[in-house]
Design a protein around this ligand. Structure first.
Ligand SMILES: NC(=O)c1ccc[n+]([C@@H]2O[C@H](COP(=O)([O-])OP(=O)(O)OC[C@H]3O[C@@H](n4cnc5c(N)ncnc54)[C@H](O)[C@@H]3O)[C@@H](O)[C@H]2O)c1
Length: 435
């Protein structure tokens, strides 16, 4: 009965979609539900974000203010008032899951969120956790908290895990066209979760449990972390042998089966790939298992900024210069190309290492006009406009993130020295060093 009522509300679009955490994951999801015709109620603890959204503004570069304004006309509302959770039929949690300083899972955002919602949970609620996490989080942490309200999950209220898959800045995929995995605590939970997401996403992939869904997301991200680690290691070997790793990858990628290209770089960045694998590492210890591939890839990848700095040092050395006292311009400080997301960006580690070694560091990034406030890093810098004169004024230009907006010809023509950590420059040149 309760289940059928909720299914009917999803089907006739009278269900109110609550989304908790209006960031990189929550906002695009909100837009998609609003586009299809649902009323969306968004919750966030950050009042400045709620105020911006209610004023029709966006705080994420690739999400336009127009799209927010359109969603508002379709009934979208954002609030910091969690007592309104009862107005929503679904509560989709899209809050951060970082690591703490011991590189262990920090579930505090997820737990604070569910704890603030518990007083307002009611019959007929569907809770869906989208934040990346270790297998067992949904049924070990969320299920008992929901049931502490006296709700029987599977009968009175419903609980699923459905991991977000986003590739910010990639124009080829949208929320609608990226298939979505969903696992429920019970069959009824699963059925409702699949019905909800099928209303807005072309293909929903049901799996047998929340743990399988949690593990699926981790496999996807660990697959990337390990393969990037592998190719970063190959880069170092190739460099010692005088071989261009990018040429090798391009050649290998012509194999029509059994090979997937991954690209080396200055280190891992973003909210997912450097962090999520360690959620599994931590949980696996409970089962007496060491996740050696994950640890090894983490070690290789986290050494990459040091490798790049050593390349800068030897390139300057050849020109009878030291890092100490040199002017170094870092190109691209977002963690990947064509986005403004700075989380875990290896460019920031590069900047810190160079500064600690005495370099005078500047940066240029068309997506990040001012170095933002970050929890663990501070630079009082603005993006340097790239002109023939500004480029020529640096002892070294370090390409860290290969945004499409950079004028690569101009950089090549005017820079005294380019250290390229992205394989952007295919043709060898005396003043271009691959790192
Ligand atoms: N960004 C991506 O591309 C991506 C892709 C796949 C999965 N994920 C996963 O999705 C989750 C969310 O990531 P994100 O990138 O959207 O993070 P984000 O930092 O952009 O957004 C999280 C939002 O949650 C809000 N928040 C924090 N605590 C809250 C609370 N107690 N109640 C309500 N709101 C709260 C924050 O103010 C912020 O607006 C993470 O687990 C991440 O690993 C992210």
């Amino acid at each position: 009965m309760i289940k059928q009522q909720l299914l009917n509300r999803i089907a006739d679009k009278s269900a109110v979609i609550g989304i908790v955490g209006l960031g990189y994951v929550g906002l695009p999801l909100m837009l998609r539900f609003a586009e299809v015709g649902y009323k969306v109620l968004g919750f966030d603890i950050d009042k400045s974000k709620v105020d911006a959204l209610m004023a029709g503004n966006s705080y994420i570069e690739h999400i336009s203010a127009d799209s927010i304004a359109t969603a508002l006309t379709r009934g979208f509302e954002a609030t910091t008032d969690f007592s309104r959770a009862g107005e929503a039929d679904t509560l989709i949690l899209c809050v951060p899951t970082p690591l703490n300083k011991y590189r262990e899972p920090d579930l505090s955002f997820v737990l604070n969120t569910i704890d603030s919602l518990v007083p307002y949970l009611r019959e007929g609620h569907l809770v869906s956790l989208e934040s990346t996490t270790y297998p067992g989080t949904t049924d070990e942490e969320l299920l008992p908290r929901m049931e502490s309200r006296g709700l029987k999950v599977g009968d009175d209220a419903f609980l699923v895990f459905s991991p977000e898959r986003e590739d910010p800045g990639n124009p080829d995929f949208t929320t609608r066209t990226i298939p979505k995995v969903c696992g429920g605590v019970t069959e009824a939970c699963q059925e409702i979760g699949v019905a909800l997401y099928s209303a807005v996403i072309d293909k929903v992939v049901p799996v047998s449990s929340t743990r399988a869904a949690e593990m699926t997301k981790l496999l996807e991200n660990i697959h990337r972390a390990v393969n990037i680690g592998l190719v970063n290691e190959m880069k170092i070997v190739a460099d010692r042998m005088g071989i261009d790793i990018h040429e090798v990858i391009r050649a290998a990628a012509t194999k029509p089966f059994g090979f997937v290209p991954y690209y080396p770089g200055p280190g891992l960045g973003g909210h997912c790939i450097p962090i999520d694998p360690f959620y599994l590492t931590w949980k696996a210890r409970e089962y007496g298992v060491n996740t050696r591939f994950i640890e090894l890839a983490g070690e290789v990848n986290s050494n990459m900024p040091d490798y790049v700095v050593s390349k800068v040092a030897s390139a300057l050395n050849l020109r009878k210069k030291a890092i100490n006292g040199s002017r170094v311009l870092v190109l691209g400080i977002a963690y990947k190309k064509n986005v403004d997301d700075m989380r875990e960006s290896p460019s920031v580690f590069l900047m810190e290492k160079l500064r600690d070694l005495g370099a005078e560091v500047a940066y240029s990034d068309p997506h990040v006009p001012v170095f933002p406030k970050m929890r663990e890093h501070a630079f009082d810098l603005k993006s340097v406009p790239l002109t023939a004169e500004s480029i020529a004024g640096y002892d070294c230009v370090l390409l860290a993130t290969d945004h499409d907006k950079f004028d690569y010809e101009l950089i090549k023509a005017k820079a005294q020295l380019v250290v390229d950590s992205r394989g952007k420059y295919l043709e060898p040149a005396e003043h271009i060093v691959k790192a």
